[in-house]
Design a protein around this ligand. Structure first.
Ligand code: PLP
Length: 487
């Protein structure tokens, strides 16, 4: 005992507090410089081999000073960022983040609570944010919800509840063998791949996912859905869940929510909405009525790191029937007992509503952001992105060398450059080259997709820094590069 007591106490805290405080201030200053000047910076830079080599070194055996570590960050990591903080980032569907959102993450990380159980402020902030999410989506106050890492987790969380709630079969306890036949899930060919993955993980299997055809606006065809359900019923299968998408990744298409709701009621099926990207388009009056029916869904998944512009990562699952939600996940091992008082008192464990136990304080960035701007400002921002997409489409349609490749829905515009006499293969090469040069020259970052077999540039805009003039610039540069390219 005595011998141990005399050994030196180790800690990971700094030896020199003033020095790390100064370094912290420096980091904050560098970040603010970065954000303030981002518009004038290149959106993306190729990563030199020397940098990649530096990031392949094996684990350090001994430490170095924080200043030295930060210097390496500045040299090898910071300059080669993805670019979604930049006003002309339009690839995939990726949010920008905001300064206060980042600072909130810093505070959350500094407090470092594990937001799963216990009587502490973060639990109440988390609950309030989930309640705000219900208000945003017009879900009933007695619905339940959980913040998760993103849309993929939000979808699998909801689909797990859908499966476990199927006809009181006690699937949670007995597994899928409790069902008398194969459970079948319906979505469209445009549905995000995470829905298929979720169906595989919750034991349904790929073959139990029916991908229904879409119309020319990429929206699920209701008569096809209905006849597929009929056929599956006739074959003795168990149709149990319909997944509608509010804003598909490819083109921002919206499945016909009212009709999906009717079909799900007709067959007594669970109605889930994947609104990872576009549920929040509800806030734009133009889309409010078309998205009204998602308020009636049994479950809804949506991302806050996309169209609420908060920093990564956070998504949300809402479940209409709170009991079904809890019954799907609640479990109380001896080491997670709740007490009446003290630190282990307080609210119901969040672990009773999802798979993850340890959770960070991701609610804080949403709480601070919604307080900073208010719902009204977000409605304007989302509408602004939608108008920018429409404006881009106008520019495309007014130019003879450009072709709009899909109707604009929400904030996604798909288009390509065309040249007289070019074959489809040549147009593919031309547009791919345009895309790559836009990125490599650091001008803008659209991404690409294939629509009806044709390669197309895809501009998806959940960017709070984009201005109308960025769309003019984008078109100018597409045309310039397109004319320079020899195909
Ligand atoms: C982004 C997206 C997802 C996946 O969400 P993550 O946050 O990336 O996990 C699922 N569905 C749709 C429609 C999406 O746009």
């Amino acid at each position: 005992m005595e011998k141990n007591k005399s050994t030196k106490n180790l800690t990971l805290d700094p030896e020199n507090w003033p020095a790390i405080r100064q370094l912290g201030h420096q980091m904050i200053d560098d970040l603010f410089d970065y954000w303030e000047n981002i518009r004038d910076e290149k959106i993306w830079k190729p990563i030199p081999d020397s940098v990649k080599q530096h990031l392949e070194q094996s684990i350090p055996e001994v430490g170095q000073s924080p200043e030295e570590v930060y210097r390496e960050f500045r040299e090898f990591i910071f300059p080669y960022n993805k670019g979604n903080v930049h006003p002309r980032f339009f690839a995939w569907i990726q949010g920008t983040g905001t300064p206060l959102g980042v600072l909130a993450d810093l505070l959350a990380s500094g407090m470092n609570p594990n937001v799963a159980i216990g009587e502490h402020s973060a639990m109440y902030v988390d609950r309030q944010v989930v309640n705000w999410c219900k208000e945003l989506m017009n879900f009933p106050a007695d619905a339940s919800g959980i913040l998760v890492s993103g849309g993929s987790m939000a979808n699998i969380t909801a689909l797990t509840v859908a499966r476990n709630s199927f006809q009181n079969e006690n699937i949670r306890k007995k597994g899928l063998k409790a069902a008398s036949a194969q459970l079948v899930l319906y979505c469209s060919v445009e549905t995000h791949s995470c829905v298929q993955k979720a169906a595989e993980i919750i034991g349904l299997g790929t073959e139990a996912v029916r991908k229904i055809e879409v119309n020319e606006r990429y929206e699920m065809l209701i008569d096809r859905l209905d006849s597929q359900i009929q056929a599956d019923l006739a074959a003795g299968l168990l149709p149990f869940c319909i997944v509608g998408t509010s804003g598909t990744v490819n083109t921002g298409a919206i499945d016909p929510m009212d009709e999906l709701l009717v079909v799900s009621k007709k067959y007594g099926m669970w109605f889930h909405v994947d609104g990872a990207y576009g549920a929040l388009a509800k806030l734009d009056v133009k889309y409010a009525s078309r998205l009204k029916a998602i308020e009636q869904a049994d479950s809804l998944a949506f991302d806050l790191h996309k169209w609420l512009y908060v920093p990564y990562e956070v998504g949300c699952t809402l479940i209409r029937d709170a009991d079904k939600h809890r019954e799907s996940f609640a479990i109380t091992p001896n080491y997670l007992l709740q007490e009446k008082r003290g630190l282990s008192g307080g609210l119901d464990s969040i672990n009773n509503y999802g798979f993850e136990l340890s959770r960070g304080f991701k609610a804080l960035k949403i709480w601070m952001s919604l307080k900073e701007h208010g719902r009204e400002k977000y409605a304007q921002m989302i509408a602004q992105n939608n108008r920018q997409a429409e404006y881009l489409a106008e520019l495309v349609e007014s130019h003879p060398d450009l072709e709009l490749m899909a109707p604009v829905s929400m904030s996604i515009t798909c288009f390509r450059m065309i040249k007289p006499g070019h074959s489809e293969d040549q147009l593919l090469d031309l547009n791919r080259e345009i895309l790559l040069r836009l990125q490599e020259e650091g001008i803008a970052s659209p991404s690409s997709t294939i629509l009806n077999g044709k390669y197309t540039l895809r501009v998806a805009n959940v960017n709070q820094r984009t201005r109308m003039e960025d769309m003019d610039l984008l078109i100018r540069e597409v045309l310039r590069i397109g004319r320079e390219v020899e195909i």
